[in-house]
Write a protein that binds this ligand. Sequence first.
Ligand SMILES: C[S@@+](CC[C@H](N)C(=O)[O-])C[C@H]1O[C@@H](n2cnc3c(N)ncnc32)[C@H](O)[C@@H]1O
Length: 207
Amino acid sequence: MPLSESSPDWDALYRENVTPWDKGAPAPPLLDWIEANPGRLSGNLLVPGCGLGHEVRLLASLPGVEIVTGLDLSPTATALARELPATGLERYVTGDLFALDPEHHESYDWVWEHTCFCAIDPDRRQDYVRAVHGALRKGGSLLAVFYLDPYDDEHQPGGGPPHGCSMDELTERFEASGSFRIEESYTPASAYPGREGLERLVRMTRL
Ligand SMILES: C[S@@+](CC[C@H](N)C(=O)[O-])C[C@H]1O[C@@H](n2cnc3c(N)ncnc32)[C@H](O)[C@@H]1O
């Protein structure tokens, strides 16, 4: 279900339990990628816009992963995430990806992105690239599932999040800017119902 405003009050949506993006389970493409790449994810991970943290807990349960930091603007989301049973050394931080505390600077080996990029205003996408680049250590990786095409008859571009994007735009913003090198990019074979063929899994190295 699309949201009507360009920058919604995310915390109000969590308080009112209007969270159509929350499927109650990790994204299927992440599960498949982990199965195909055992042991690849390791060290300290950041999950921006983690919501209730379903993927934070999956990642924290993996051998070799140390601490997973789930970051979200919404204090209600992070409070609800903390109430769910921990699987490892995860933590939830309430904060703005665009105003990260210095403790996050070049601190992470991996960033997992899912439905944060599409949630922010498209005008802030280069700020997103800068923020994720700043949080990763050099040589770290961004693993992402981008929701390329969230549009239908009722939800069109300009109508608020989720905001779609193209692979060309992602290449321009992340790679041509000199911030990242794209290593892997494909349309995932699995997806939440209704998102089949509309997403793109991309793995990039932070330069
Ligand atoms: C569409 S929801 C997706 C949540 C979660 N990834 C999921 O799939 O359930 C987008 C999330 O990004 C968070 N968010 C939006 N802007 C943010 C920002 N600037 N910094 C941190 N989190 C942000 C919202 O509070 C919301 O939880």
